[in-house]
Design a protein around this ligand. Structure first.
Ligand code: ZN
Length: 253
């Protein structure tokens, strides 16, 4: 079971939304035309793919009735979000969750992910999990479940290491009215390499791919290879490391 999708489905039902559960973005396009959904939840690349299928069958995503997209499941570059928003002609809201723990989401401000601080306590630690890092600095997201007296939870997290890195943007009240802190989109630690103390993530490659001028001739699908031999994952000197990285951008017709 996909915990995130299930949680989102239950929440949407509580809000009184009609839900069309599809699972994959390869569903028949008649679903869009027959039901005229106003929002779709998926990953950035699946929603780009869906838009491509629609265009191939003569359906303009911008005239499909969809007026918002909710994405999640993986970190992405702002550039790819902007492109997705342009193709669909509507705002794209990010979410972040883990199977074990929490679900963070963006509000209309689109200025960071609100952490549901009444359900979960989030600490940001340094890479060695020894000290907290100050707000505004990057560190590992560590979660602990908060429960009211007498409440139950399927999963209790105590200082659970998500192995994702993020930054606390602000703890001030948001213009949307929420008082929950906002964090940057977390990135997978496993997709990050450190170069002379500076992090480099798969998303940095994606940022280069999705530069707007590229998207006139690229689909956005890409593969990135890091060649580090047995040293891979360790600290690299810039010259040794940068000589070995190769990024291949694949054009798919
Ligand atoms: Zn807000």
């Amino acid at each position: 079971m996909n915990v995130g999708a299930n949680t989102m489905t239950l929440a949407a039902r509580h809000l009184g939304m009609s839900i069309i559960p599809e699972g994959k973005c390869t569903f028949p396009l008649r679903v869009i035309e027959a039901y005229r959904p106003t929002g779709i939840v998926g990953s950035v690349f699946k929603l780009l793919n869906l838009a491509g299928r629609m265009q191939a069958e003569g359906i303009n995503p911008q005239e499909s009735g969809v007026n918002k997209l909710v994405v999640g499941g993986e970190a992405f570059a702002d550039e790819s979000r902007n492109y997705l928003s342009e193709i669909w002609g509507c705002p794209v809201y990010n979410t972040y969750g883990s199977t074990e723990g929490t679900m963070c989401g963006e509000c209309n401000e689109i200025s960071g992910l609100h952490v549901p601080e009444d359900f979960v306590h989030l600490d940001i630690y340094d890479p060695h999990i020894e000290n907290f890092v100050p707000d505004g600095e990057c560190g590992r997201a560590i979660l602990s479940t908060l429960l009211p007296v007498g409440a139950k939870a399927g999963n209790i997290l105590l200082n659970f290491d998500t192995e994702d890195t993020t930054v606390v943007i602000t703890r001030k009240q948001c213009p949307c009215g929420r008082t929950h802190m906002k964090i940057m989109t977390p990135q997978r630690e496993a997709e990050t390499v450190w170069v002379e103390g500076a992090p480099f993530n798969r998303v940095d490659v994606e940022r280069g791919v999705f530069q707007r001028e590229n998207m006139d001739y690229l689909t956005g699908e890409y593969e990135a290879f890091l060649y580090g031999e047995e040293d891979e994952g360790k600290l690299y000197s810039v010259s040794a490391w940068s000589a070995k990285i190769l990024t291949r951008v694949t054009e798919i017709s």
